[in-house]
Write a protein that binds this ligand. Structure first.
Ligand SMILES: Nc1ncnc2c1ncn2[C@@H]1O[C@H](COP(=O)(O)OP(=O)(O)O)[C@@H](O)[C@H]1O
Ligand SMILES: [Mg+2]
Length: 280
C-alpha cells in the first residue's frame, strides 16, 4: 500500500498537522526544506501529513495508494483498471479558506469534485494530443457507480515485471536500489518528463512524488502521471500560468526543479525509515 502517511507514523504537534495555520513564508520554507515532513517521521520531504488510513483495505477493497483527497484501490472487476474514491472530509487534511469552500462546493456539486475534474482533464489531454499522451499519463475511463460508492475508473500502470508501478514517493520511501544510480535515473526521468511537457505546453503543475509512478524501461526510467487534475484546475486565484505560455513554462521548470531537489534530498538523507511502505 502506497499511503503517504499510512498507519500511525504521524504523531506531530498540532501545528504540523495543520500546515494552513502557518504563515505563507513559513509554509513555503517548510515546503522547500521539507522540515515538517521529516520532523513528523517521513523520509520524503515536501508532503503535507494526511489523516491516517489504518488498514490496507478501504470498504473491503485493496488499497493501492492514497493522496490528500482520494484513495486508489484495485478494481475487483478488472485487473487492468483501478478505482479512485473521493475521501470523506474527516479522512482528508484539514482545510481552510478557498480549499474549504471548494470542498463544500464539491459536496453539493459533485461535478466539481476531484474525480470529475480528473476525468475531464484526461479527456482533454486525449482529445488534444491523441494516443501519444499515454506515454506520460495514465488515462481515466469513466465515473462508475459501484457498491462502494461512485468511483473513477482509471487504467493501472504496470512496470516491466508486470507489477503495478510504484510511485516516486514509494521509491523514495523504500528505494529499490541504493546509491547515486537511482538519484540520477529518477532525475533523468524528471528531465525527460519536463521536456515533454514543455514541448507541448501541457500545464501539469502538480509535479509531486505521489502523482508520478515509475516505469522501468531498457534505457532508463519513465514517469507516468496518475493524477492529471492540475492540467485543468490550479491553485492560483487568477490562473495566469494557464493563460501565458511563458509563465506556464516557467512554472513547469520550477516544479520539475523542486521535484529533483526532493529526490536528491530524500535519497541523501541517511538513517532508517520511519516505517517502510508496504506493498506497492
Ligand atoms: N493509475 C494508477 N496506477 C498506479 N497507482 C495509482 C494510479 N492512480 C493512483 N495511484 C496511486 O494512488 C495514489 C493517490 O492517487 P491520486 O490520484 O494522486 O490521489 P489525490 O487526488 O488524493 O492526490 C498515488 O500516489 C498512487 O500511489
Ligand atoms: Mg494526487
Amino acid at each position: 500500500m502506497d499511503c503517504w502517511n499510512s498507519g500511525n507514523r504521524f504523531r506531530a504537534p498540532p501545528e504540523r498537522l495543520h500546515p494552513t495555520r502557518c504563515s505563507g513564508r513559513l509554509r513555503e520554507n517548510r515546503r522547500m526544506s521539507g522540515s515538517a515532513h521529516l520532523a513528523s517521521g517521513s523520509k520524503v520531504p515536501g508532503h503535507p501529513p494526511y489523516p491516517p488510513l489504518r488498514t490496507a483495505h478501504w470498504r473491503g477493497l485493496d488499497i493501492i495508494g492514497r493522496g490528500a483527497n482520494r484513495v486508489c484501490t484495485r478494481n475487483p472487476e478488472s485487473p487492468l483498471t483501478l478505482l479512485k474514491f473521493e475521501l470523506p472530509d474527516d479522512q482528508r487534511p484539514p482545510a481552510r479558506g478557498r480549499l474549504r469552500l471548494a470542498r463544500w462546493w464539491a459536496r453539493h456539486f459533485p461535478r466539481s469534485g476531484e474525480n470529475h475534474t480528473e476525468l475531464a482533464a484526461c479527456r482533454y489531454l486525449r482529445r488534444r494530443w491523441g494516443i501519444e499522451v499515454q506515454r506520460h499519463f495514465s488515462l481515466c475511463e469513466r465515473i462508475q457507480a459501484t457498491p462502494w460508492g461512485d468511483a473513477l475508473v482509471c487504467r493501472a500502470v504496470f512496470d516491466d515485471d508486470g507489477q503495478l508501478a510504484r510511485s516516486v514517493f514509494a521509491c523514495l520511501q523504500a528505494p529499490p536500489q541504493a546509491g547515486e544510480g537511482l538519484v540520477d535515473a529518477l532525475c533523468a526521468a524528471v528531465d525527460d518528463l519536463e521536456q515533454w511537457l514543455l514541448q507541448r505546453c501541457i500545464p501539469l503543475f502538480d509535479l509531486n512524488a505521489g502523482n508520478l509512478v515509475v516505469v522501468h524501461e531498457t534505457n532508463g526510467l519513465r514517469l507516468v502521471c496518475v493524477d492529471a487534475k492540475s492540467v485543468l484546475r490550479g491553485k492560483e486565484i487568477i490562473p495566469v500560468s494557464y493563460w501565458s505560455k511563458s509563465l506556464l513554462r516557467r512554472k513547469i521548470r520550477r516544479r520539475a526543479q523542486r521535484l529533483r531537489q526532493r529526490i536528491r534530498a530524500s535519497l541523501a538523507t541517511p538513517g532508517p525509515l520511519a516505517e517502510p511502505a508496504s506493498g506497492h
